[in-house]
Design a protein around this ligand. Sequence first.
Ligand SMILES: Cc1cc2nc3c(=O)[nH]c(=O)nc-3n(C[C@H](O)[C@H](O)[C@H](O)COP(=O)(O)OP(=O)(O)OC[C@H]3O[C@@H](n4cnc5c(N)ncnc54)[C@H](O)[C@@H]3O)c2cc1C
Ligand SMILES: *[C@@H]1O[C@H](CO)[C@@H](O)[C@H](O)[C@H]1NC(C)=O
Ligand SMILES: *[C@@H]1O[C@H](CO)[C@@H](O)[C@H](O)[C@H]1NC(C)=O
Ligand SMILES: *[C@@H]1O[C@H](CO)[C@@H](O)[C@H](O)[C@H]1NC(C)=O
Ligand SMILES: *[C@@H]1O[C@H](CO)[C@@H](O)[C@H](O)[C@H]1NC(C)=O
Ligand SMILES: *[C@@H]1O[C@H](CO)[C@@H](O)[C@H](O)[C@H]1NC(C)=O
Ligand SMILES: *[C@@H]1O[C@H](CO)[C@@H](O)[C@H](O)[C@H]1NC(C)=O
Ligand SMILES: *[C@@H]1O[C@H](CO)[C@@H](O)[C@H](O)[C@H]1NC(C)=O
Length: 599
Amino acid sequence: MIILATFIFNIILIIPFCAGLAAAAARYGSRSLDCKAVPGTAGWPSKDSWASLSRSTGGWLLQPAPPGAVCHPGQPTYNATQCPAVQSGWSTFEFHQADPISTYWNQWNNDSCLPEEGLPCSGQGYPVYVINATTADHVRLGVNYARRHNIRLVVKSSGHDFLGRSGAPNALSIWTHHIKGLQVYDSFSPRHCNVKIPGTAITVGSGMQMEELYSALDALNQTIVGGGGRTVSVGGYLTGGGHSLLSARYGLGTDQVLEMEVVTPSGEIVTANECQNTDLFWAMRGGGGSTFGVLTSITVKTYPTPQIVNLILALATTDIQSPSVFDMVAYILSQFPHLGDQGLSGYAFIFSATPNPYDGGATTVAGIFMAMVLQDSTVEAMTELWAPILAHVNTTWPGQFQLIFQTKTYPSFYGWFKENYDTSAAGVDKIGGSRLLDADALTRNLTLSAEVFKQFSEGSVGNVYLVAGKGVHDAVPRGGSNSVCPAWRSAYVHANYWADFAPLNATAKAEAFDRVNYHLEPLRKTLAPDSGAYMNEADPQEPDWQHQFWGTNYARLLRIKRVVDPDDVLWCTPCVGNERWHQTDDGRLCKVAAWPSLA
Ligand SMILES: Cc1cc2nc3c(=O)[nH]c(=O)nc-3n(C[C@H](O)[C@H](O)[C@H](O)COP(=O)(O)OP(=O)(O)OC[C@H]3O[C@@H](n4cnc5c(N)ncnc54)[C@H](O)[C@@H]3O)c2cc1C
Ligand SMILES: *[C@@H]1O[C@H](CO)[C@@H](O)[C@H](O)[C@H]1NC(C)=O
Ligand SMILES: *[C@@H]1O[C@H](CO)[C@@H](O)[C@H](O)[C@H]1NC(C)=O
Ligand SMILES: *[C@@H]1O[C@H](CO)[C@@H](O)[C@H](O)[C@H]1NC(C)=O
Ligand SMILES: *[C@@H]1O[C@H](CO)[C@@H](O)[C@H](O)[C@H]1NC(C)=O
Ligand SMILES: *[C@@H]1O[C@H](CO)[C@@H](O)[C@H](O)[C@H]1NC(C)=O
Ligand SMILES: *[C@@H]1O[C@H](CO)[C@@H](O)[C@H](O)[C@H]1NC(C)=O
Ligand SMILES: *[C@@H]1O[C@H](CO)[C@@H](O)[C@H](O)[C@H]1NC(C)=O
């Protein structure tokens, strides 16, 4: 999710919602033998047992208190001096990534200890123990311990995850954040493969994050196909697919992967590449994090850093009820396939009623705002690219839309990134949803598009990211293919919609899911029914998620999951092969009454 620094519109959610509380009845029985161990029951290891795990990791087993507890009198870590810093850090990504158990979106810790006196505080929504891993061996010890003791295992790197896969109650967590390191190559020979892959590459620790990589590579005049958030880590980004401004040219982030080092659920440290552990290699490039193994290091291609021509383009009107707004938006989006083929990429935001940032919010405006780039090009080329499109808008809707068209050139990708990285706030309760849109969806019927995008952005903002296109369509991942949703291979746009909601309020949460559903439904049902969603930025309750996230790749992913993790040591939702377990309302993970035969 990207809200660029330049996108200063104040987004206010003003949708009235249809009620519809999904009262999730506990449908599944939970005989204790069929559940993972939880503290306080006989199956949970003794203190001595945990102490021996701690010794074997060299003392890196943590039992962290919830970070918000410093604000709660009565909690062991209560400290009124520290509380204000936690409160002010809470909205930043930097705070949560540096904490062993915190995640960016409060509901994934079940709002169980927000840093505010008066609210409840317990460790109930957090993992119990954490291995602060710096080596593959630390990871192996954790995986083996969880498997042998029937303990729920999770993996946290940065904690960005929008689907809640990087935390869980009653769990042992492997925190990969401190697995760092970077090695550069002029060309790369995958281990035990008789092949030399031309072109520069890097091998990095799985805790490495975007800004660390961009800045280190910038010193070499290189960059990677990476994301827009500074603290997003390669762990979740690359296992989930990874879209980028550079994708239009080179493909998805995961299309660049040459090799992985993985700790398997059976506790082996293996190399996966095009000639060994090829199924694992295929599955972990798009099949999702915390499912097939724990990534410890990864090798990806790097590229000469491009010079960037940036464009801020807005077309907006204060006549927000005018039907022309969405006709214009539909027309602009219909040009995205052509623009993408010409090398343009970037982020667009459709807004239906937003305070006008150019008059301090005195008026409300509707239209489209874009932050787009061309690589290794010129301002003249950018202007020429848009001239016929803007002329069409001008002649079709004369005088109706105010135009902002501002260009700026940056000498490198990192130069661009430093001014334009994602500045959205963490520390809220938030869910979202995604739909991938191909040329047909964007151009087939603009009357339909206008209706669909109107509902998509109604009362708020809908994001339409031009982050796929030619490079993604033509990508040839090592080994011939990987497991990302096949819809990426014809998509131009990843459309997404986000909803924040009040914590500790089941009604507000259910309404947020309804809201996401309301805005995405016309994209799913009408505009692009045969497409799919980008799993890393998808609705955690996406209907038919197996096929929406992975399409025809799901069957093979499921077979691989059963082979590499027959006992479901790794479990998350919505994740490949998770159908045999269910998390109860009180946070236990139990086998479902009748295991479905899905293989
Ligand atoms: C501000 C922001 C900007 C973003 N920008 C982009 C973008 O430009 N492009 C894009 O494609 N996505 C983007 N995303 C989405 C991002 O790709 C996902 O949230 C991704 O899952 C984050 O990975 P992580 O490792 O940082 O987070 P985490 O929450 O730590 O992990 C995410 C998932 O991966 C698993 N995982 C992490 N590390 C490992 C590992 N070493 N081994 C096994 N599993 C692991 C976790 O268990 C979890 O399931 C953005 C998200 C945010 C919040
Ligand atoms: C509270 O936090 C402050 C600042 O970090 C520290 O100096 C102090 O020792 C802490 N107090 C207690 C009782 O831990
Ligand atoms: C985790 O390990 C890293 C690297 O050894 C260390 O710098 C950091 O302080 C540790 N964090 C915690 C919370 O123990
Ligand atoms: C990077 O590019 C600059 C400008 O072209 C050049 O001066 C510098 O030597 C290059 N650095 C490397 C490591 O290639
Ligand atoms: C729009 O049309 C008017 C004349 O109708 C012209 O003066 C103006 O330059 C045009 N603007 C653009 C951006 O094409
Ligand atoms: C285009 O969509 C509109 C609105 O849904 C519909 O009424 C019309 O029949 C469609 N046109 C074609 C050619 O399918
Ligand atoms: C919970 O959220 C709902 C819907 O937004 C709202 O009507 C209600 O007042 C909230 N309840 C509390 C206690 O704030
Ligand atoms: C989440 O918190 C609620 C109380 O707010 C509690 O009823 C529920 O059991 C918790 N869920 C989990 C999984 O612990």
